[in-house]
Design a binder for this molecule. Structure first.
Ligand SMILES: [Zn+2]
Length: 213
């Protein structure tokens, strides 16, 4: 578990270095195997993702109850899981194969989510980089990244996310309008690969559409 916690933190540091989680935004989690309890380990709210270490992770169950965290157990009431922790819970529940989830607020995903919000999805097709996504074997793949309207009502957003995951069983990520990307994978390395591929494609599409860098 410690090794996985360390690779999650290393991935978060890399995202911070790339400017994808500014101002304490974003959150990162992995799920332990069933033998290890099937628990979720997730970054707590308000931390600089460029400086987190395994001790900063909260341990929660699938219904997002905090089971353990940094500091003594009687301190747990004061440890705030991020409001977006609920969305990680939804993805782990509806994507049983997911073992890691990354959520980032990048410039390119913010721009492109707004551009395609009215269409309901960003369509990515005919790109070699699509082959970085699990199960995709050809550039002729058509990847739909649904864009949900952003909201501070995370209970309502959770329901929308559930619908989206059911409607798009092969999707690798979901965007929130003018907010950010959620992507997941069967391992921390897999989620990281999906994140890098989708962010690359969002930047290519945005630049192609004439957004300035
Ligand atoms: Zn966010």
């Amino acid at each position: 578990l410690l090794q996985r916690a360390e690779s999650l933190c290393a991935a978060a540091h890399e995202c911070a270095r790339r400017g994808w989680v500014p101002a304490t935004s974003g959150n990162f989690s992995f799920r332990s195997s069933v033998e290890d309890g099937g628990r979720i380990f997730i970054t707590a709210s308000g931390l600089d993702k460029g400086a987190i270490s395994p001790g900063d992770l909260l341990e929660i169950d699938l219904s997002c109850r905090v089971l353990a965290g940094p500091g003594p157990l009687d301190n747990l009431d004061k440890v705030k899981p991020s409001a977006e922790t609920k969305l990680h819970g939804v993805i782990y529940r509806d994507r049983p194969d997911a073992r890691a989830i990354f959520h980032v607020h990048s410039i390119w995903n913010t721009l492109i989510s707004d551009r395609f919000a009215d269409d309901g999805a960003v369509v990515l097709e005919e790109y070699e980089m699509l082959k970085a996504l699990s199960w995709v074997a050809t550039h002729e793949h058509r990847e739909l990244v649904t864009v949900l309207e952003n909201s501070q009502d995370y209970a309502a957003l959770s329901l929308l996310l559930t619908e989206t995951l059911l409607e798009n069983p092969t999707a690798h990520g979901v965007l929130l309008r003018r907010h950010g990307l959620y992507t997941w994978g069967e391992s921390i390395a897999g989620a990281r690969r999906h994140l890098e591929a989708l962010e690359f494609l969002f930047e290519v599409e945005s630049r192609r559409l004439g957004y300035e860098s």
